[in-house]
Ligand binder design. Sequence first.
Ligand code: BES
Ligand code: ZN
Length: 457
Amino acid sequence: MDKIETYLDENRQRNEDDLFELLRMASVSTDSQFQAEVERAGQWVAEQFIDLGFITEVVETKGHPIIYAQTPPVEGAPVVLVYGHYDVQPPDPLEEWVTPPFEPTVRDGNVYARGATDDKGQMLTHIKSAQAWMETEGSLPIQIKYVIEGEEECGSSNLDPFLQQYKDHLQADIAVISDTSQFAKGQPAITYGLKGIVYFEVFLEGPKQDLHSGTFGGAVSNPINALTQMLGKLVDGNGRIQIPEFYDDVIDLEQREREQFASLPFAESEFKSKLGIQEVFGECGYTTLERRWARPTCDINGIWGGYQGEGAKTVLPARAGAKFSCRLVPDQNPDKVRDGVQQMLEELLPAGLKMEVIHHHGAPGVVVALDSPYMSAAAEAIGKGFGTKPVFIREGGSIPVVTAFRELLGIDTLLLGWGLDDDNTHSPNEKFSLDDYYRGTRASAYLWHEISKIKRD
Ligand code: BES
Ligand code: ZN
């Protein structure tokens, strides 16, 4: 591995330049205004693979293309499936960015740009590590199949059909995704659990138009009053979710896991001050890490209705709406939770109002096996790439493709996150540490080596 280490040292600047080139592309997948930029970013990723001589396909979908690439098979060695995404979240609110979101800028060793950590920077480490192998050894010690999609940030609606269609091509022994975080700066981690999600949008409609709240108030159901009362019943004051049968299938934390979480160097005071909060809040009887990583939650994501302008307006609004979502843990079933929410809302709906509920995406939570040779290989590779052994953590975010890989291909995923919790993903001033970009690439290069030692059964 010495040659590869030297190569990565010598090519640090070039690898950064390449990342910056990708970051300059405004590949916002949810907004059709950015269509051409999304295509350009996908094409750029495809060219990386083509330049390395890998079999590459730009797979057209109903939405943005999926880039599929494949390195040559290696007899007797495992096959790894790498997943990542080249699309990004919208950069809004633009005025809160210190430097423009698509002009990557370095400050304090971090590159600031939309997509820096989620997921362009992290994803690219697995391409740059393959490049290091190709340009030093001339080949890779294992076969890698890459699926880099362009719609992760807007629901991945065309990914499942692609996975179905390419099922035979995608056969692998293990999947690798870098789209999570380290435990803390200087403390890399392997994530072995992710939450699932169910997402709702609810609309209430009352009178046919806005009314005078003095003339009609108290005699006509107010959609905002009703909506806030209904949503207020989802979670009680102790952080317990009140949706019928919600906790029935929740797998409780084992004592062993609680002890392991508690052994991690987590300082609640630092957590609070970083977030600017006086006190933490959550389900009674659980620590902050337990709540964040292993307990289901319910959050209202947006709410609208009524007068929002300057001054006071005495109005009884005609309609109101909200978006809310539950994060799920194993073994909760997203369909069952969705039905429970629907039933609860119907029961709580006051007379005189019409309701429409839209169900967006759903995905179950997932926990992957810790006692696999691939986990050990990943821990070893991270130890070498970062100079520090990883800790094992869970996360509160969701990556639905992990379940898809398990169900469709029968394989687990190694979630090797190079980001940090304060990287501002999905918010202004997103960043990624350039040291972590370099260390992540090194860890990835070691990962191919460590996995190549595993004998397939
Ligand atoms: N990289 C995140 C997932 C993530 C977030 C993992 C935080 C660990 C910690 C991913 O890009 C993402 O944002 N996922 C969405 C999924 C949803 C839209 C189905 C999420 O978690 O909200
Ligand atoms: Zn994301």
